[in-house]
Design a protein around this ligand. Sequence first.
Ligand SMILES: *[C@@H]1O[C@H](CO)[C@@H](O)[C@H](O)[C@H]1NC(C)=O
Ligand SMILES: *[C@@H]1O[C@H](CO)[C@@H](O)[C@H](O)[C@H]1NC(C)=O
Ligand SMILES: *[C@@H]1O[C@H](CO)[C@@H](O)[C@H](O)[C@H]1NC(C)=O
Ligand SMILES: *[C@@H]1O[C@H](CO)[C@@H](O)[C@H](O)[C@H]1NC(C)=O
Ligand SMILES: *[C@@H]1O[C@H](CO)[C@@H](O)[C@H](O)[C@H]1NC(C)=O
Ligand SMILES: *[C@@H]1O[C@H](CO)[C@@H](O)[C@H](O)[C@H]1NC(C)=O
Ligand SMILES: *[C@@H]1O[C@H](CO)[C@@H](O)[C@H](O)[C@H]1NC(C)=O
Ligand SMILES: *[C@@H]1O[C@H](CO)[C@@H](O)[C@H](O)[C@H]1NC(C)=O
Ligand SMILES: *[C@@H]1O[C@H](CO)[C@@H](O)[C@H](O)[C@H]1NC(C)=O
Length: 514
Amino acid sequence: MAVSSFPTFVAFLAQITLQVGALDTFIAAVYEHAVILPNKTEIPLSQDDALILMNKNIDILENAISQAAKQDAQIIVTPEDALYGWKFTRETIFPYLEDIPDPRVNWIPCQDPRRFGHTPMQTRLSCLAKNNSIYVVANIGDKKPCNYRDSACPPNGYYQYNTNVVYDAEGKLVARYHKYHLYSEPQFDVPEKPELVTFNTTFGKFGIFTCFDILFHEPSVTLVKDLHVDSIVFPTAWMNVLPLLTAIEFHSAWAVGMGVNVLAANIHHVSLNMTGSGIYAPDSPKVYHYDMETELGKLLISKLDAHPRISPAYPAAVNWSVYAVTIKPFPVQKNTFGGFISRDAFNFTELFENTGNLTVCQKDLCCHFSYRMLGEKKDEVYVLGAFSGLHGRRRREYWQVCTVLKCKTTNLTTCGKPVETASTRFETFSLSGTFGTEYVFPEVLVTKIHLSPGKFEVLTDGRLVNKNGSSEPILTLALFGRWFTKDAVPNSCGTSNLAMTCLLIPIFLMFIAL
Ligand SMILES: *[C@@H]1O[C@H](CO)[C@@H](O)[C@H](O)[C@H]1NC(C)=O
Ligand SMILES: *[C@@H]1O[C@H](CO)[C@@H](O)[C@H](O)[C@H]1NC(C)=O
Ligand SMILES: *[C@@H]1O[C@H](CO)[C@@H](O)[C@H](O)[C@H]1NC(C)=O
Ligand SMILES: *[C@@H]1O[C@H](CO)[C@@H](O)[C@H](O)[C@H]1NC(C)=O
Ligand SMILES: *[C@@H]1O[C@H](CO)[C@@H](O)[C@H](O)[C@H]1NC(C)=O
Ligand SMILES: *[C@@H]1O[C@H](CO)[C@@H](O)[C@H](O)[C@H]1NC(C)=O
Ligand SMILES: *[C@@H]1O[C@H](CO)[C@@H](O)[C@H](O)[C@H]1NC(C)=O
Ligand SMILES: *[C@@H]1O[C@H](CO)[C@@H](O)[C@H](O)[C@H]1NC(C)=O
Ligand SMILES: *[C@@H]1O[C@H](CO)[C@@H](O)[C@H](O)[C@H]1NC(C)=O
């Protein structure tokens, strides 16, 4: 979060003064959509039947878009997969796809619906933006013809992409983004390289990416660090995973850690744990929604700073390790034990007393926690945990995590398992760690899966502390670090686009050997 070095600051001022009619604030909307799913089938539908299903979903989005516009929202974000869901093969998704042109063609589909062939979805979305005078961000499927001269061209002659589109308030296509980090999506192809897609508005510069992309450096971090976007629009179909990766928890933490606004729209599908949308500013979540009780969609609206970096509320730059590396460390606990969060082997130590100073380490990461619980210690067990390593089964992403969490039961083998309620409040807490990365996302999740706006802050020396009185009952506190430069190089034979490199190199070596 290296904030406003002087030259960047000047560049910002210059850009802002150049923009005639630039606004200081804007009204953002996100819609959590309970998607109507197609019936399971192995036989592709006809294009007409695919269109009928997509139109049913857009009918619902249309209502949300017009509601948002009536409340003066200038932009609305709708979720990933919101028109057709997710369970597809390459063949069964095909009737849902349209060829989406590069926005440089300067096209208002609503005014010129036949210019690029049969594009009913693009036309309808463009008309919704135009008719309601609002930017509309949506996720649809793109198909791009290719041929035998391109050796990576899939057998059906099309690349198929999970795609975000943005229409401005006149209905013009202003952005198209192909998702890079696919998550179990055999129906789609990985684009050749990550795309850095931005669009300018009178209310700031926006960047765009999708769902799983948020865990990686490209394009998400580059959009913020190098292209200096003010806000991110983020369609997602996010399955919540306690304790560290529920949607509201991680997306709000990313907004704080990166210092940008995040407009996150999730699918609503309770049986797959998909819920949790929000409008998050760098200093605090503005509005969020998490609902495992109903099957209903939800529109969220909030005002945001158009240029958060120059707003007085903008948090100062943080060095995540300064406190942790400079203090005299607390005695490392002797009663450290191993445990798991998902598949990651953490080192844990229990918060025995109702007040204390603890340290737990793993490899180079030491996590320090100072705390005082409010009142008598409850019959609830909390641990401080440290993890530094490649995450999960895939072991590609390098994580550094310091966390304090409530164990599911008083049996220490349950620490790290999902738990949704707590009653322990902390009068004070301070969590810090000797991070090797500058990308750290501060998470606070409280009982019944709620955020805690206005009740915690990050100090410039990297401590996550409570403020404004005692905390709400804590489920998880975490400093969630991503050390991108230590990520494992992906198995280059894994993705279709690189398959040729894997084949060619051995052939090339054979020739040399001959
Ligand atoms: C799924 O099949 C049922 C029964 O045939 C039908 O009533 C329903 O409309 C179908 N749903 C969709 C989305 O096509
Ligand atoms: C947009 O408005 C035009 C005319 O006002 C109308 O014909 C059209 O059906 C509307 N489209 C949508 C998608 O609301
Ligand atoms: C946005 O505006 C800046 C200057 O104000 C310009 O350099 C940049 O190319 C524009 N980006 C887009 C995507 O239009
Ligand atoms: C949803 O979350 C609960 C608890 O966090 C978990 O037990 C369950 O397996 C999850 N369901 C799915 C479909 O992942
Ligand atoms: C953060 O602080 C540590 C310890 O004082 C120092 O070694 C490091 O260079 C600082 N990092 C940055 C990016 O300033
Ligand atoms: C802490 O983590 C390291 C690395 O995974 C492991 O080797 C060590 O045994 C752990 N310590 C305890 C007490 O579990
Ligand atoms: C924790 O450390 C702080 C300052 O480093 C000290 O004031 C406090 O007494 C310590 N608390 C315990 C329970 O050791
Ligand atoms: C804790 O749980 C483990 C695994 O379920 C079990 O083997 C052990 O007996 C339990 N310990 C206590 C004290 O209940
Ligand atoms: C302080 O916390 C209370 C809830 O305990 C909240 O309503 C209030 O907005 C917070 N104040 C500030 C300044 O964040």
